[in-house]
Design a protein around this ligand. Structure first.
Ligand SMILES: [Zn+2]
Length: 246
């Protein structure tokens, strides 16, 4: 059966016979893996379309569980992301995270559009990439239904001044409830960052253009959000994590 979809190339691996397996977050089908003869090092236009970060339109042939990419045409390459190592690592972090958040063969068009926005904003941004990455992460967690509780204490349900963030409880906890726990997966939580996270949730990524968080605040909060996602979706360390928040 022939079919087609827009998609973002997440990663690729070599397989037997000079072929490659391309992992694609498609708009229509969610995450899929598809075999191809197309080689990213080739010179053709189609080779460019299967490089990581590229947003392309793919024509597939499906037979049972097997999918082959028959042809691919680049919509946007986000080429400039590769020109700055910091920007590149932040974008890699976003795609690695997306790879973990999106399920195989389950469409997630909202998260797909958000990921295209992220790549577009990251390409255009000149500094403070973690501010944008954090905005993407918190919006992506909301899309897949694991946004942490940010309004009330997850233990007592009261709207007290939050002081800590509990990974296991999935959100903020108050000082009183902290005293009653000896849990190790608890981070001190800066009250101001909650308002930043709420701002992210109610605005599109493009409105973060002029927002710049202090590096240590952005990195600490990113780490907390990613630890939260890892715990609740059960996945391990991202490869780019050590570079960004390590
Ligand atoms: Zn409490």
């Amino acid at each position: 059966m022939f079919t087609e979809s827009e998609g973002i190339v997440l990663r690729q691996t070599k397989i037997a016979g000079g072929r490659r397996m391309i992992y694609i977050f498609t708009k229509k089908f969610g995450k899929i893996s598809a075999g191809t003869q197309l080689n990213e090092r080739g010179r053709g236009k189609q080779a460019l379309a299967v490089r990581p970060f590229t947003y392309s339109n793919f024509q597939f042939f499906k037979k049972g569980d097997y999918i082959n990419i028959n042809s691919a045409e680049t919509i946007r390459s986000f080429y400039h992301i590769g020109e700055d190592v910091d920007k590149y690592m932040n974008a890699s972090y976003a795609l690695e995270l997306t790879d973990k958040l999106v399920a195989d063969d389950e469409p997630a068009p909202g998260l797909f559009n958000l990921t295209v926005d992220l790549l577009s904003e990251m390409e255009a941004r000149e500094k403070k990439f973690e501010t944008l990455l954090l905005g993407y992460e918190v919006k992506a967690l909301k899309q897949v239904g694991i946004l942490p509780e940010l309004e009330i204490c997850t233990r007592c349900g009261e709207e007290k001044q939050p002081a800590f963030f509990s990974i296991k409880d999935g959100g903020i906890i108050c000082g009183d409830c902290l005293k009653a726990t000896n849990d190790s997966l608890i981070y001190p939580f800066d009250f101001g960052i909650i308002n930043v996270l709420k701002f992210y949730l109610s605005h599109p990524l493009e409105s973060l253009k002029n927002l710049a968080l202090e590096d240590d605040v952005a990195k600490r909060t990113l780490k907390m959000m990613t630890e939260h996602a890892k715990y609740h979706l059960d996945f391990g360390e991202l490869k780019s994590e050590a570079f960004i928040t390590g």
